[in-house]
Design a protein around this ligand. Sequence first.
Ligand code: COA
Length: 190
Amino acid sequence: MTYKIPLPPTPVLETERLILRPLEARDTPAIQRIFSQWEVVKHLHASVPWPYPDDGAATNMAQCLDDRAKGLKFYWAITVRGSDELRGRIDLAAFDPERRDGRGFWLDPLLHGQGLMTEAADAVTDYAFRTLAYPWLYLTNSTANTASGRIKEKQGAERAYVEPRQYVSGPGEAQVWRLTREAWLARRAG
Ligand SMILES: CC(C)(COP(=O)(O)OP(=O)(O)OC[C@H]1O[C@@H](n2cnc3c(N)ncnc32)[C@H](O)[C@@H]1OP(=O)(O)O)[C@@H](O)C(=O)NCCC(=O)NCCS
């Protein structure tokens, strides 16, 4: 297997309705505005501060840019074609066989339910398997987060196990999925 370490520069990924571009410091105000909503954070890990502090996005942005500089993760701003403004975020971790949260995402609630994150997740997943040749991805969401789980299910991921986890909304259960390169390529071919 060939894993490209350190990570290559974050590429621009295009889908039918979206352009995923590298996250930049200028996205901080949009993140502060969109991310600081209960609808966005309720199913996220309890390490996300709530109520969301005024400097929450700036603190997180510094961490993201540092992770990217160290080659730990790709971060994309999700933009809708026709506007360069961030409307959500998606990330992909460098391949690590021990890692269980290989990809993360959130989207402006105004855009939920239109299949947009399915589109973004497909583009990032295709990049991971086809371009970077990851052998598998482990993915995690709260069992209560039906939409997030459904995206994984539609991609051909299989449930691996569940475990207790603390979420912003309180104690819950994490659902861990495994998606293999073989399953992904077979699905895309078929
Ligand atoms: C999870 C999230 C990114 C989904 O984004 P989205 O663009 O609305 O998702 P999609 O429109 O692509 O929908 C994905 C699937 O979930 C289904 N779905 C969406 N909301 C649902 C709900 N409340 N209950 C059941 N199914 C739901 C959709 O119908 C779709 O399945 P389908 O194609 O079979 O119909 C979005 O809800 C979000 O940003 N949530 C807050 C942050 C978050 O929880 N991130 C994930 C952490 S693991």
